[in-house]
Structures are given as structure tokens and as C-alpha cells.
Design a protein around this ligand. Structure first.
Ligand code: RIB
Length: 302
């Protein structure tokens, strides 16, 4: 069984800075790197590198052909992906500071040119019970969500970035939510300072019982399902760039769950993969393959 990831693809322009630029300031960066990115693309790559069969639907412009080729090189099926000759690809202007933190400015481009006719075309290739993964960086997301539910798909949502529009969508059919504390608090309409376990519970109370995976950065992650609860600590590493670490976590987590690993095993692999990712620069280029994750876990077990 393959998972369909209907998601964004970006060209990431990553600038290294001493501090994030502030209003009215002109700041010289110390480095610029141009890489593949986008939450959708990153998550598809992570899924594929973790060994999962994955199809990617979404849209790029002619300038984004290299993004499609990158996915193909990693074994992602891109037959449903559309290359537009009228819009340019999405991009992200990313600043990274010396502590590895980032701030991101998005230009949606082709990601925001997705329309219902294309969505219908993609869904004509789906079958009841198939898995679908979504983030919040493409247009028509509410239509995609309702189409997924109508077609009886298992729906996994990473509600990132969380927006006022997303909070108005009907998320009652979501089966699995992978989200951070800010996103959880927004969806559950509670304070993000709430104890993490209570925050995960609050999301489950707000929606009709999705499984919730709450990511907590350096404090690890929590898995909360109907009859299972698991906590995974984060591995301690020297972070240089956290961009794409959450996407790496999501891809590895789902790949594990798809192949029947326990939630605890899947979270451990995902935590290891994202720990490796933060020790590397960039989003897509930082995602490790499965052998690297296994090697990392062998070393920490010694
Ligand atoms: O999650 C990281 C990603 O967010 C970057 O690759 C950037 O493109 C934005 O979509």
C-alpha cells in the first residue's frame, strides 16, 4: 500500500544570519544556499528514505522541475504531480541563526494554484482505505480534506502552518494529527502552556478521537491513541539547522506505522531521524536514509 502525500514543493533560499532581521533593518547574511524544500516535498522524501512507498501530488512551475526529479531519484511516484507552464514554483526565504533556529517567509506560487478539477483528477486514482497525508501549504485544502473523507481514505494531517482558515475547516474526519504545541493549542482552543499530555488530550476531546502525535522539540514527543499512549525523548545532538526536522519526524513516523511497527518503535525511529536532520544544513538535504538512522540508534544504544 502506498501513501499519497498531497503537498507543497518549494525552492528554499536559506540565508545564514547573526540574528533574524527586524523591521526597518538591513542585514547582511553570511551565506546563501538554494535547496529543495516545502513541507510536502520534505515529508515525501522522509517517507521514501524511511522505506515507505509514496506518491506525491502537488504543483510546481517550470522552474521546479528539479524538485520533481529529486523526488523521483528517491523513488517517490510523481505521476500525479502537475508541472504548470503559467505559474512559478513556491519558494521560501529562510533565515537561520547561529543556534540553528529559523524563521520562514513563504511565497505559495504553484502550491496555491491547486484547483478542484485537479483535486478530482487526483482522487480518481485513489481507493477506499488508502492513506493520504496533508499539510497546510497548498490551496484547496478544505476541498481535499472533504474529498478524502468522502472517498473513505485514512487521513493524516500535519496542520502546519496553522492559519485562521485552517481552523475553520471541518477536521472531524482526521484519523491522525501530527502537530506541535502551538498548532495543538490553536485547534483545541486552549493555552499552549498547558502540560503536553493535557494538550494532547484537549485535541482529542475537540475532535472525534483522532490519534494525536504531539511534537515537543527538545522535550520529545507524545503519541496518544484510543488505547495507547507513548512518550519518546528527543536525542541530544548539536543542532545547526532545525529546518525540516519536523517533516523528517512525520515521514519516519508514518513509514513506521505503515509497515506495522509499534507506535513506540515508530516514534523512536522518527526521533532519531529528526535528531540527525538538525545536525545538517537545509531541509530536504538534511533528511537521513534508513541505514543512517539505524546506525545512529546502534550508537546511542552502546
Ligand atoms: O518545514 C520546513 C519547510 O517549511 C521548508 O522546507 C520551507 O519550504 C517551508 O515550507
Amino acid at each position: 500500500m502506498a501513501i499519497l502525500n498531497f503537498g507543497s514543493l518549494n525552492i528554499d533560499y536559506t540565508y545564514a544570519v547573526d540574528h533574524f532581521v527586524t523591521a526597518g533593518e538591513t542585514l547582511a547574511s553570511t551565506n546563501l544556499v538554494v535547496n529543495a524544500g516545502g513541507k510536502g516535498l520534505n515529508q515525501s522524501l522522509a517517507l521514501a528514505k524511511a522505506g515507505a512507498p509514496v506518491k506525491h501530488a502537488g504543483m510546481v512551475g517550470e522552474d521546479g522541475r528539479f524538485l520533481v526529479e529529486l523526488l523521483q531519484d528517491e523513488g517517490v511516484n510523481t505521476e500525479l504531480l502537475h508541472i504548470s507552464d503559467t505559474v512559478r514554483s513556491g519558494n521560501a526565504i529562510i533565515q537561520t541563526d547561529p543556534s540553528g533556529e529559523n524563521c520562514i517567509l513563504l511565497y505559495g506560487g504553484a502550491n496555491q494554484a491547486i484547483e478542484e478539477t485537479y483535486v478530482d483528477e487526483v482522487f480518481s486514482h485513489m481507493e477506499q482505505g488508502d492513506w493520504i497525508l496533508l499539510q497546510n501549504e497548498i490551496s484547496c485544502l478544505d476541498y481535499i480534506i472533504s474529498s478524502a473523507i468522502r472517498n473513505g481514505l485514512r487521513l493524516i494531517l500535519n496542520p502546519s502552518p496553522v492559519t485562521p482558515e485552517l481552523l475553520r475547516y471541518d477536521l472531524s474526519g482526521v484519523d491522525l494529527l501530527v502537530l506541535n504545541e502551538i498548532e495543538a493549542a490553536a485547534i483545541a482552543e486552549v493555552d499552549s502552556d498547558l502540560d503536553p499530555a493535557a494538550l494532547a488530550q484537549a485535541v482529542r476531546k475537540r475532535l472525534p478521537h483522532p490519534t494525536v502525535v504531539l511534537t515537543l522539540g527538545r522535550r520529545g514527543s507524545i503519541y496518544l491513541g484510543d488505547d495507547i499512549e507513548a512518550h519518546q525523548d528527543a536525542f541530544t545532538v548539536d543542532a545547526v539547522d532545525t529546518t525540516g526536522a519536523g517533516d523528517t519526524f512525520t515521514g519516519y513516523l508514518l513509514a513506521g506505522l505503515m509497515r506495522g511497527d509499534t507506535p513506540a518503535q515508530s516514534m523512536r525511529n522518527a526521533a532519531a531521524a529528526s535528531a540527525i536532520a538538525v545536525t545538517r544544513h537545509g531541509a530536504a538535504p538534511s533528511i537521513p536514509n534508513r541505514a543512517e538512522v539505524e546506525e545512529f540508534l546502534r550508537k546511542v544504544a552502546q
